[in-house]
Write a protein of this length. Structure first.
Length: 314
């Protein structure tokens, strides 16, 4: 019993450590890769989104394979039963998947126009949109602390910035909706998170490819799918693919309070690295005030005062 508890505590903190690393490094490398002065064409972010989805599918198939005791026949049966034989269940994921694909493309737009620190803080608005969709779609009740935290959050973000906000705002709304919709589907069925991610990735790749041809078709025919790719591009792609999996692991092993904690750490790290290393950001006192408000709000949202003597359920 104790060993299990220790194991799950370790998994919890490991998944959060990875989340802090993934969030911070993705935002910074993405920003760096979009603003780097280079010879020749810059890589197409729409293609990067597709490659990340394909990587995510591959990783999830490997995880399901591991869960199937590394038996190919079992893997084949699981995938067939859960995905092919339940087309309606699979189709349900087309909605959040399309939204996630739009959102992943918007993040590149946002980071081409915003510095990493501002982006990180503003993107915390998704706590607000997730909360609103949870109330309307999952009939979730929010406590006084949570409503208070949302007000503080809004104020903090407003202090931090009003430029390039539109892409982030759309991304926040779509992220809030897709996140809650995905949670709703996860709660309604018994399928594993990895199977769900394979289904998400499948639609994501299709929508992503449509995006590539609609937006970048001309450049694609000129210079090919992998134009402008370099080592840094691949780092960004792998980090983006990792993101979906890390979040799934965090939903599984940790709770939202700790997820908020990880995000706050990530904001602080991004700000420091943006300032010292990328040198594309000079924080003002207003930024600091706003960022502190956002971090406080993130914690407050997860705060749940329990009466003494009642053990808190993780």
């Amino acid at each position: 019993e104790e060993k299990n508890q220790e194991m799950s505590t370790n998994l919890k903190y490991l998944s959060l450590g990875v989340l802090v690393f993934q969030t911070t490094s993705l935002v910074l490398t993405m920003r760096y890769s979009r603003t780097l002065k280079e010879e020749g064409p810059r890589y197409l972010s729409s293609t990067a989104v597709v490659i990340a989805e394909l990587m995510k599918i591959l990783a999830c198939v490997l995880l399901v394979y591991k869960d199937s005791k590394c038996n190919l026949r079992t893997l084949n049966r699981v995938l067939h039963d859960e995905i092919v034989n339940k087309p309606m269940e699979t189709l349900k994921l087309a909605i959040p998947s399309g939204i996630y694909t739009l959102q992943n493309n918007l993040l590149y737009v946002a980071l081409s126009n915003l510095d990493a620190a501002t982006y990180q803080v503003t993107y915390q608005l998704k706590i607000l949109t997730t909360a609103l969709f949870s109330v309307s779609m999952l009939s979730k009740k929010l406590g006084v602390y949570q409503w208070l935290s949302l007000v503080i959050l809004m104020t903090g973000v407003a202090f931090v910035q009003f430029v390039g906000l539109i892409a982030v705002l759309i991304a926040c709304f779509s992220s809030g909706f897709a996140g809650v919709y995905f949670e709703k589907i996860l709660k309604e069925t018994k399928q594993s998170v990895w199977i769900r991610n394979i289904q998400l990735g499948f639609f994501g790749s299709i929508f992503g490819l449509m995006g590539v041809y609609i937006y970048d078709g001309e450049q694609l025919s000129k210079n090919g799918f992998f134009q402008g790719y370099n080592r840094l591009t691949w780092v960004v792609v792998v980090l983006q693919a990792l993101g979906g999996l890390v979040i799934a692991a965090v939903i599984k092993y940790a709770d939202n309070i700790l997820k908020g904690f990880a995000t706050s750490l990530s904001i602080i790290l991004s700000t420091l690295i943006s300032y010292f290393w990328l040198q594309d950001f000079v924080p003002t006192s207003v930024f600091f005030f706003g960022a502190i408000l956002v971090i406080v709000a993130t914690f407050l949202y997860g705060y749940d005062p329990k009466p003494a003597g009642n053990p808190i359920k993780a």
